[in-house]
Design a protein around this ligand. Structure first.
Ligand SMILES: [Zn+2]
Length: 425
């Protein structure tokens, strides 16, 4: 248990409470701008205004595509870089403290089937202590709450020793180009807080995933004589089964002290395309998906295991033995990230959490990808995930965030910033 909040900390927490309503309004404003990956421009002027209103120096730029040539693992089948600026705000400290970057992605995934929503996906409706809408959880809520925390520190008249930076980045959902661009532009700090929705748990470890595409070739025939064809769909079954078995085996044999989910290395086929006519035997199938990786695993070794499993299964099928599937690792490859649970950055957020809530936070790894790995692997600076909201509602109809969690996150963020950067005398 940390010492109770000092008088300065108490003053800042009071300022957070005062700023909460306006922070909710800013989140609603941002959710109403459908910044689906590729169209982030619709919200970035708002983010730049929010940061300027805090007196920050704001850098707005369009990441040049050429910058990314040597980093294919962060580039998915990417929309063009037009009207997709990154926005970074900097508040200079008085000197002598550690700097902190708050990094949040401003892109969201599409709303999907609107009929599955009982609220307008970009309406930002506030109801029963929640804010609804695509991006409320993932992750405009957490990012704008952290911005609100910075504003509260300034409103309380506190100066910090270390710099505070806020990075509102594009393209996280497609691989992380926005954060990569911010790093390449030199926007770095001694520590990074990423307010992705961890449900207020501290996550110093993040699993990764490999994106794959498998093509199975069969032979077409009229459905009336279907046994004369070779259905690509039916030849896919044994491959899918073998990969599910591999996932189960990895869950039985792999362990990590921070990962306790029922499935720590999820395998998912998210897209299956096959056939072109109800009365034809499908001659081609394309399965696309992701294969989970645990921190500590070598990406190449995991790829090899996957390949061996796939092709061994193909060898057991007479048709596939002669017509093996084609495997591609395509688009972004989401590596893992990890810092020690005893790292000072983790201890700082843990202490802030305990001071605000009176109890210890959960410390656990997450199985989903984020930009954390870009900081630990490319920039070599420590990063931690900590934010409000339940990731189960991310990418889901009726996505929402609880206001009470937002408020707690904002208070914890404020104390964490004060303690990491240091209060100037
Ligand atoms: Zn996210």
């Amino acid at each position: 248990m940390q010492t109770p909040a000092s008088l300065v900390e108490q003053r800042v927490l009071d300022a957070v409470d005062l700023a909460f309503e306006s922070t909710v309004a800013h989140i609603q404003d941002a959710v109403r701008r459908p910044s689906v990956t590729g169209q982030e421009g619709v919200v970035q002027d708002l983010m730049a205004d929010l940061l300027r209103a805090l007196g920050m120096t704001v850098d707005v730029w369009e990441p040049p595509h050429a910058d990314f040539a040597q980093y294919p693992e962060f580039i998915a089948e990417e929309p063009p870089f037009v009207d997709r600026p990154d926005v970074v705000g900097i508040w200079k400290g008085t000197g002598g403290g550690r700097s902190l970057a708050i990094n949040g992605h401003i892109d969201v995934v599409p709303a999907g089937d609107e009929a599955a929503w009982r609220v307008p996906p970009f309406g930002a409706i506030r109801q029963d202590g929640r804010i609804y809408g695509r991006g409320a959880v993932d992750m405009k809520g957490g990012l704008i709450a952290a911005i609100g925390a910075v504003g509260a520190i300034r409103a309380a008249g506190v100066r910090l020793r270390g710099d505070v930076m806020v990075q509102c980045v594009i393209g996280e959902e497609s691989g992380g180009v926005g954060t990569l661009a911010a790093i390449l532009r030199g926007h770095l700090a001694d520590g990074v807080l990423i307010p992705e929705p961890t449900g207020l748990a501290l996550s110093p470890a993040q699993g990764g995933c490999l994106m794959f595409r498998i093509t199975v070739h069969g032979r077409s025939a009229h459905a009336a004589m279907r046994t004369e064809g070779e259905s690509a769909l039916e030849h896919w079954y044994p491959l899918h089964r073998a990969l599910l078995d591999l996932e189960a085996e990895r869950n039985r044999t792999l362990t990590h002290p921070l990962f306790h989910q029922p499935n720590i290395v999820p395998f998912n086929v998210g897209r299956l395309e096959t056939g072109n006519w109800p009365s034809s035997v499908p001659d081609t199938l394309v399965a696309s998906g992701r294969f989970g990786v645990l921190p500590g695993e070598e990406m190449d070794a995991v790829r090899l295991t996957f390949e061996q499993t796939l092709f061994a299964a193909a060898k057991r099928d007479p048709w596939l033995r002669e017509h093996p599937p084609v495997l591609e690792w395509y688009g972004a490859q989401f590596g893992t990230a990890e810092i020690a649970p005893t790292h000072p950055l983790v201890e700082t957020v843990r202490g802030a959490f305990t001071a605000v809530t009176g109890h210890e936070p959960a410390v656990e790894g997450v199985t989903w990808g984020s930009d954390m790995r870009l900081f630990t692997e490319i920039a070599h600076v420590p990063a931690i995930l900590f934010g409000p909201g339940d990731v189960r509602w991310a990418h889901y109809p009726n996505e929402y965030i609880e206001e009470s969690e937002l408020h707690t996150a904002m208070r914890v963020d404020a104390l964490a910033i004060l303690r990491w950067c240091g209060i100037a005398e």
